[in-house]
Write a protein that binds this ligand. Sequence first.
Ligand SMILES: C[S@@+](CC[C@H](N)C(=O)[O-])C[C@H]1O[C@@H](n2cnc3c(N)ncnc32)[C@H](O)[C@@H]1O
Length: 259
Amino acid sequence: MQFKDLADLLAGQGFVAAEDEAQELIAACASPSDLASMVSRRLAGEPLAWITGKVRFCDIEIRILPQVYVPRWQTEGLVRRAIEIAASVNLVADICTGSGAIARVLSLAYPNSHVVGCDSDANAIECAGLNGVEVYQGHLMEALPGSFHGRIGLVVSVPPYVPADHLRFLPSGTADYESVGAYCGGEDGLDFAKEIISQSTRFLIPGGKVLMELGHGQADALAEFAMSEGFRCEGELLDDEGDLRGIELTFRSSATKSG
Ligand SMILES: C[S@@+](CC[C@H](N)C(=O)[O-])C[C@H]1O[C@@H](n2cnc3c(N)ncnc32)[C@H](O)[C@@H]1O
């Protein structure tokens, strides 16, 4: 199939970036029959990155294995802030690292820093390893070595944070293919976010930061919880359209925990 025919086919099926996708599929295929099979997978709604095996994130190419959460452009603002903070930090941990995209971007920005990731999912662990990330498998920060206690300067995370009763609003490609475990953060969406904040108190240096992606309406409740755990809330991260994308917290010390 030629580029124009493929772009027209995808556009006709409602793919908004039809030309870009056609280019990526043609570049990734090994033969005409391979292309035909890739196109039918895409038309069925499978994420493009699972088919081509890669995605661009923060201007670098990230390898993606099937079943692994595909990093989103909406996370790039959080990563830009993480890059600013990481300039003065020796040890960085990307919790719920998925493909390892955030950890990979940070380690390329600071080759002399120690940047690690962790995730509970075996496919994610394999994928992050392919992306060159030092990665640990387990539940949130329990996966990290005890030797990191009191040494981390930045915890960055895109945890599952979609409230359970909002899962039905996810786009169909997401809902049909990606694991609910990558999205669902419990009833109010904050189960993982709160646990990471609590666990961080063992790992952070005083003055260390937590940067976390959040959804609409979640910042106030999380900031209040974080303050009770000994953090100061530095503010919300907003995108160009003013939508909430995350929160920035500074760890004062466990001794300042309230309650
Ligand atoms: C929304 S994805 C974010 C992935 C990656 N940080 C990114 O932005 O592309 C959430 C990730 O959390 C992982 N996850 C879910 N439950 C977890 C748990 N209990 N412990 C560690 N990771 C978990 C999932 O496997 C998934 O990779």
